[in-house]
Ligand binder design. Structure first.
Ligand SMILES: [Zn+2]
Ligand SMILES: [Zn+2]
Length: 148
């Protein structure tokens, strides 16, 4: 998390201007409203490049701190990717917001939404298409169960 530097002990002559800047910064809510464009899963999350000491995501992702993990207070320990819960990204073809549910998106070099995979099916191996249709079929089954 970024911590804003305190400006209280600074030169009073420049404080007027500085204050306004600080307020603007504070108005920027670090959380964005994530909504999957396919399944409409909604979540408040952070968005951006995510790097840990053990790796990084190849594209900007929607993520949050894992709510089930204890807060990391040990300064000597750098955050790992496992400290975050990554919920989605954007499709590298059509730019729509997608969650990482297997029925909504697939990672194949970069992230693709289900619609682009189906539309560009010739560019993807059968395995990817199979996984996607399986995931979508199991969702349809679940929906039918709910109706009963
Ligand atoms: Zn989704
Ligand atoms: Zn797409």
């Amino acid at each position: 998390m970024n911590q804003e530097p305190s400006t209280s002990a600074e030169n009073p002559e420049t404080q007027g201007e500085k204050k306004e800047e600080d307020q603007d910064l504070r108005l920027v809510d670090p959380f964005v409203d994530f909504e999957c464009d396919i399944c409409h899963m909604k979540e408040k999350s952070l968005f951006g490049d995510l790097k840990g000491s053990d790796g990084f995501y190849p594209a900007p992702v929607f993520f949050m701190r894992d709510p089930f993990a204890p807060p990391v207070r040990v300064k000597t320990r750098k955050p790992m990717l496992a400290d975050f819960m990554v919920i989605g990204s954007t499709c590298s073809l059509c730019d729509r917001v997608i969650c990482f549910d297997k029925a909504c998106s697939t990672f194949f070099g970069s992230y693709f939404c289900a619609s682009c995979i189906v539309r560009e099916r010739r560019r993807f191996p059968d395995k990817v298409l199979e996984m996607l249709s399986k995931a979508q079929a199991s969702i349809q089954k679940e929906e039918k169960k709910e109706v009963k």
